[in-house]
Design a protein around this ligand. Structure first.
Ligand SMILES: Nc1nc2c(ncn2[C@@H]2O[C@H](COP(=O)(O)OP(=O)(O)O)[C@@H](O)[C@H]2O)c(=O)[nH]1
Ligand SMILES: [Mg+2]
Length: 398
């Protein structure tokens, strides 16, 4: 706990009326944008103890799942790039089958903890380690650009999140899975867990009176019906966008992923996805995964104008332009893109000047896995909440 913050149990209340008000901050965005990672940073800074020993085992199960998924994907790539007659190819194929067989022996993590099958876990961890020691695998494992390229070819959004998480752990899998290893906060934020339903975590800050909570929710289409529940009664909503998805197409419509994300963001701003109160939520836009965005742009493999139809008119990086200048220009382009109202909405408001236009209240570029950087955003969001709250309390005469 840093200075200026207090545990929920000892939160300083300013009066009985304010105390009875329950405040929420809703975190929304599409699958894999980084919502749960943002929630982990908030609970670390303003919340209660984050990982209990029981949770720790569940998190380790997710780490193993991610590393397994990533290892199989890379192994498969190596097999496909070898000549089928080569002896190495036969060996790798045998390894792949063996790994799948051992994986089948793992307990179903939702009903049985990993600790009930420690020998299976050990044998899988040992096998993963030895696979990554094979020359062809080791070469790929040490080549960040190649891993980035491979990640771009993962066909499903969820498997891609597992690949990203697997990249953080595959070299340390033995250490992390050891029984006596306690996961660090950094490990925790690099873990991918698929969020289902709407979950609430208690927070406290001396400038926010009464109860205060953050709500995490799944971003995939099956879980999106929970969004209105999550917004209901919320002070404000943080909408998380993954910048690294600029190369992607929507899995449901085939359009540029950024177009889909922008449409959903503005539907939210316009009150189309509302809670029972029918209010438009105040939105703080978080342009996340800035670290990956920068790496992708400076790798020269995915220039913005070639990788996303939305920016095809943007000028490419000039020979004299530094990487920092280029990235800065791209970040500005992307920020402006999301902040500008879509043409269809502009049309709606042009035809009736009595309607109040929707707005985005604030925006930040972020890297949710970086605790130090993210603390800064938490501070700014808390200030914004305080402002909203003071205004709201004044409105009702408190
Ligand atoms: N490199 C990087 N990874 C991130 C960042 N934010 C989230 N992630 C990772 O992206 C994956 C998906 O994040 P998660 O919070 O589960 O996404 P959600 O579906 O929106 O809840 C996880 O493996 C996170 O560790 C970021 O800013 N940079
Ligand atoms: Mg999540």
């Amino acid at each position: 706990m840093g200075s200026g913050q207090s545990k929920p149990s000892s939160a300083t209340y300013e009066g009985p009326k304010k105390e009875s008000i329950k405040q929420h901050l809703a975190i929304l965005g599409l699958q894999g944008a980084g919502k749960s990672t943002v929630v982990k940073q908030f609970t670390k800074t303003l919340g209660e103890e984050e990982i209990s020993p029981r949770d720790m085992n569940l998190v380790k199960a997710d780490i193993l799942k991610a590393v397994l998924s990533m290892t199989k994907f890379v192994l498969n790539h190596v097999i496909e790039s070898l000549n089928a007659e080569q002896q190495e190819s036969v060996i790798f194929e045998r390894m792949y089958d063996e790994l799948c067989e051992r994986e089948d022996g793992l307990p179903d993590s939702s009903s049985q903890p990993l600790s009930t099958a420690l020998d299976v876990v050990d044998s899988i961890v040992n096998m993963i380690s030895s696979i990554w020691h094979q020359h062809a695998m080791k070469k790929i494992g040490e080549d960040e650009k190649k891993l980035m390229q491979l990640q771009e070819t993962v066909p499903s959004g969820e498997k891609e999140q597992l690949f990203l998480s697997g990249r953080s752990f595959f070299k340390r899998i033995k250490e992390v899975m050891a029984e006596n290893y306690s996961l660090s906060h950094d490990d925790y934020t690099h873990t991918r867990t698929w969020t289902r339903e709407c979950k609430e975590y208690k927070l406290a800050h001396k400038s926010i009176p009464g109860k205060f909570a953050i709500r995490d929710v799944g971003g995939d289409e099956l879980n999106r019906h929970h969004w209105s529940k999550s917004i209901e009664g919320s002070l404000c909503c943080m909408f998380i966008v993954s910048l690294s998805e600029y190369t992607k197409k929507s899995e449901s419509t085939g359009e540029a992923k950024f177009r889909e994300v922008k449409r959903i963001l503005w539907q939210l701003a316009d009150g189309e996805i509302v809670g029972a109160t029918g209010c438009r939520p105040k939105i703080i836009l978080i342009l996340n995964k800035q670290d990956l965005f920068r790496k992708m742009l400076t790798s020269k493999l995915y220039p913005l104008h070639k990788s996303c139809e939305v920016f095809k008119m943007r000028s490419p990086q000039g020979e004299d332009e530094s990487d920092d200048d280029y990235v800065g220009r791209c970040e500005k382009d992307v920020t402006d893109y999301f902040l500008s109202m879509p043409a269809s909405l502009k049309e709606k408001y042009r035809s009736d000047s009595t309607l109040v236009k929707p707005t985005i209240s604030g925006h930040h570029l972020s890297c949710a896995t970086d605790q130090e950087l993210f603390k800064n955003i938490i501070g700014r969001v808390v200030s914004a909440l305080r402002e909203i709250l003071n205004k709201g309390l004044n409105d009702v005469g408190l």
